[in-house]
Write a protein that binds this ligand. Structure first.
Ligand SMILES: Cc1cc2nc3c(=O)[nH]c(=O)nc-3n(C[C@H](O)[C@H](O)[C@H](O)COP(=O)(O)OP(=O)(O)OC[C@H]3O[C@@H](n4cnc5c(N)ncnc54)[C@H](O)[C@@H]3O)c2cc1C
Length: 318
């Protein structure tokens, strides 16, 4: 692959992890590798992009306008000048917004939800999971480059390559008129207790089996004992018991912890796709027919309101 670009959004902690995962993956394609960086930027952030393989950074610094429309226009202009072969995005709100606009601007197909990307000469093949990960589908682009791909978080592991500081080129954010006129009036950083869900080594997740919003207290207590993050099914997010940021699954987050403890979760396909690659899965559920049993390393059939307090007590006594 002659030239690959990876879109990387700035987060509170620096370059988004999914962007670093994609840079790591793209190193294997050979050729030139550049990051399209959206954020205030700093030498430290650029160095992290370099360490993950980017030899060049196109830096887009946003104003107080919602940046996606003008970032898509900026990337389309850059692509016109430099003719990249492949442009990668993560499965995040900002990335998807920009990738969709870029696709429309450039008239290029996007393949989304990728869990694997392979390059053979100039041919790019993207792997998707369907039917809850039971079937893998490979799709090869037949159109002309650049190929646009949106990949799932955690599909690849972010690893530094020891690369040095990249060359940084500032890119102006073009005025795109009405479509880019939405203004960001406030932004709120979520207060986080314990480790971040996507990064945690242990996740304790709850489903409708907790019975009510108050039922989440025992999940929190166990997570605190284990130094774990808490997760949730969509059923209890939709019920308003926990915030959306805790949702694991097809329309939530993808996690791959060492240990995933699921309590009162039936294991619907849409939940499983977000956690099935966890190393050890422990499920506590009442219903012996629950599909989560099929992918669990350890299943405890019982009432979570009895099992979890006993587990917490046992941990406290250690
Ligand atoms: C387009 C689409 C996208 C979706 N995206 C997601 C997603 O991202 N994430 C997601 O999670 N879901 C998603 N869903 C919803 C999904 O299909 C399921 O409805 C949801 O995951 C079920 O949540 P649950 O396991 O909490 O509830 P249920 O299926 O109701 O399961 C509750 C389980 O708890 C057990 N239980 C009850 N009481 C107890 C007790 N006292 N002790 C122990 N066990 C008990 C029950 O036996 C049952 O097995 C999506 C659905 C659609 C259509």
């Amino acid at each position: 692959m002659a030239t690959t670009w990876v879109f990387v959004e700035e987060t509170e902690e620096g370059p988004a992890t999914v962007g670093l995962e994609l840079l790591t993956k793209a190193r294997a394609f050979g050729g030139e590798l550049a990051a399209l960086y959206l954020g205030a930027g700093s030498d430290e952030h650029f160095a992290a992009l370099g360490a993950h393989g980017a030899s060049k950074v196109f830096h887009m610094a946003p104003s107080d306008l919602l940046p996606t429309a003008s970032a898509a226009a900026a990337i389309a202009d850059l692509a016109g000048q430099h003719s990249p072969d492949l442009i990668l995005f993560g499965l995040t709100y900002t990335d998807r917004d920009i990738a969709g606009r870029l696709s429309a601007r450039m008239g290029k197909t996007i393949l989304s939800n990728a869990t694997e990307i392979s390059v053979d000469g100039g041919a790019v093949t993207v792997t998707n999971e369907i039917f809850g990960g039971m079937t893998l589908v490979d799709t090869t682009f037949e159109s002309d480059a650049p190929y646009l791909v949106i990949a799932r978080a955690k599909a690849f592991v972010a690893e530094e390559s020891g690369g040095g500081a990249p060359e940084v080129e500032s890119v102006a954010m073009p005025d795109v008129g009405h479509s880019g006129s939405a203004r960001v009036t406030a932004s709120h950083a979520e207060r986080l207790e314990g480790p971040k869900l996507e990064e945690a080594a242990i996740v304790v997740a709850a489903g409708r089996g907790i019975g009510a919003e108050e039922g989440f207290a025992v999940i929190n207590e166990l997570a605190m004992k284990l130094g774990a993050a808490t997760g949730a099914t969509r059923a209890i997010v939709d019920a308003g018991w926990v915030p959306y940021s805790k949702q694991v699954g097809q329309t939530g987050k993808t996690v791959k912890p060492d240990v995933y403890i699921a309590a009162g979760v039936s294991g619907a396909m849409q939940h499983l796709v977000g956690m099935k690659d966890s190393k050890v899965i422990i499920a506590i559920y009442k219903d012996e027919e629950a599909p989560i049993l099929g992918i669990s390393d350890l299943g405890i059939v019982g009432d979570l309101h009895k099992v979890l307090p006993k587990l917490i007590e046992a941990l406290s006594n250690r």
